[in-house]
Ligand binder design. Structure first.
Ligand code: BGC
Length: 459
């Protein structure tokens, strides 16, 4: 790790692996789980790479003991995972599937036995299909459906899980209802904005429920009691030509439509004038009712930041690559830009624009497809070289450290992810793991990045 050691981070700083239910669990129709929107969407021809589905994924449902033990063996001490709503409430509301609860009881116990602090997300993009039939996130009743589901989990697991996230990356719901590119595949700007607004209300309502169960927010973040927050991804848009008014306008609007459309209501209590104007001009203002923003703006115990990269925008797309190359950035062998400062910029956005004082978690960071095919080393052992992933992780950790040295309160870093998994529309064509798997989690092979992390964490 270029110069940095784990000792450069605070002693109680945690290091984790992040995953999500639909991407790793498999067992999509086992033990009473209901269908969720990715089970259905992935079966529509052309929607996912090779028509792949989450049916098997990493088979975590059956193989979680080995996978959690591997996290521990590599030196990690927290696991960020998500609950599958349809595994617990197959119809989304009402009837509880005890076998689903039992699976999570066993998994959470195994996390604790392996010294992995559980960090649970309630919603990572997998709405029960039965709720989608009732309008999904376009139906304002989703607020009550989600609150019922959240309350059940808080009550069942509250004493075992110190960190709770309502939603992971609300923008995925916009991509599913506004752009049609993700499940459930609806496509209109108005639907996208309405789905987002309802999701934010569901977030606020679940946090209120959390406080009813565990008591009002007191003091700071403290893992001896349950804490609640939300995870938003910041891919900050930069103008390719900072002196070109069209590029600047474009990048600004994209930032408004993306991360600010969530962070402004959550932390400032309303949509920005720029976003309201965009929504009014494009006839896609959501149905906003009195009291909505009071509900959305609940005090949180922590903020989760997912950070993978930045975006460079230009009114003239041919300028983008040029801007990145001459601007000091460069591209990785997977075609993505290598810009580790993205994490530093995103942390500063939270501190400087939003005045955040609650702790921040880096809830996801990672990269894909930089591994070579397995080869045998001199001793005949199979190795998977992924030097670009190592460079990526090191680069982000250096910028993370710099932001922390400047006083930004970050408590944990989660790498995305342990095993190559079901990468949504990309199916298994995008490998994000530090461990190579044949899908179904057979034939696990530690990539060089896994050895690198182990060396960094355990010395
Ligand atoms: C999501 C993950 C996804 C990862 C890599 C994040 O935006 O939360 O579910 O696998 O990016 O694309």
């Amino acid at each position: 790790m270029s110069g940095l050691t784990v000792k450069d981070f605070p002693k109680d700083f945690k290091w984790g692996i992040a995953t999500s239910a639909a991407q790793i669990e498999g067992a999509a129709f086992e033990d009473g789980k209901g269908a969720e929107i990715w089970d259905v969407f992935s079966r529509i021809p052309g929607k996912t790479f090779g028509g792949q589905t989450p049916d098997v994924a990493c088979d975590y449902y059956h193989k979680f003991p080995e996978q959690l033990a591997l996290m521990k063996e590599l030196g990690f001490n927290s696991h960020r995972f998500s609950f599958s709503w349809a595994r617990i409430l197959p119809e989304g509301t009402g009837r509880v599937n005890e076998k689903g609860l039992d699976f999570y009881r066993r998994a959470v116990d195994a996390m604790l036995e392996n010294g992995l602090m559980p960090n649970a997300t309630l919603y990572h993009w997998d709405l029960p299909q039965e709720l989608e039939y009732r309008g999904g996130f376009l139906n304002r009743d989703v607020v009550n459906w989600f609150t019922e589901y959240a309350g059940l989990l808080f009550e069942t697991f509250g004493d075992l899980i110190p960190v709770w996230t309502t939603f992971n990356e609300p923008i995925a719901t916009y991509v599913g209802y506004g752009l049609g590119a993700f499940a459930p595949g609806r496509k209109s700007e108005k639907s996208g904005r309405q789905a987002n607004h309802n999701l934010l209300l569901a977030h606020g309502s679940a946090v209120k429920r959390f406080r009813e169960i565990f008591g009002e927010k007191q003091g700071g973040f403290d893992t001896s009691r349950p804490n609640v927050g939300i995870v938003v991804d910041i891919w900050h848009h930069h103008p390719a030509r900072p002196d070109n008014a069209d590029d600047v306008r474009l990048a600004e609007l994209e930032n408004e439509k993306a991360y600010r459309s969530y962070l402004d209501p959550i932390f400032k209590g309303g949509y920005s004038p720029a976003l309201l104007k965009f929504m009014a001009d494009s006839y896609c203002l959501p149905d906003i009712r009195p009291g909505d923003f009071e509900l959305i703006k609940q005090p949180l115990d922590f903020f989760g930041l997912n950070c993978y990269n930045r975006v460079v925008d230009s009114a003239d797309p041919s300028k983008v690559r040029q801007a990145v190359e001459f601007g000091g950035g460069n591209y990785m062998d997977n075609g993505a830009e290598f810009y580790p400062k993205a994490i530093y910029d995103a942390l500063h956005i939270m501190k400087d624009m939003y005045g955040l004082t609650i702790p921040i978690f880096i809830t996801e960071n990672g990269t894909y497809n930089c591994e070579e095919e397995p080869v045998r080393d001199a001793e005949g052992r199979l190795r998977v070289h992924d030097v670009t992933r190592i460079r990526y992780i090191d680069g982000f950790l250096e910028w993370l450290k710099k932001a922390m040295d400047e006083g930004i309160d970050v408590r944990v870093y989660y790498l995305w992810t342990l095993l190559d998994n079901f990468e949504w529309t990309a199916g298994n064509s995008f490998r994000f793991g530090i461990v190579r798997s044949d899908y179904g989690a057979e034939n696990l092979l530690l990539k060089d990045s896994a050895y690198h992390m182990k060396e960094f964490l355990l010395g």
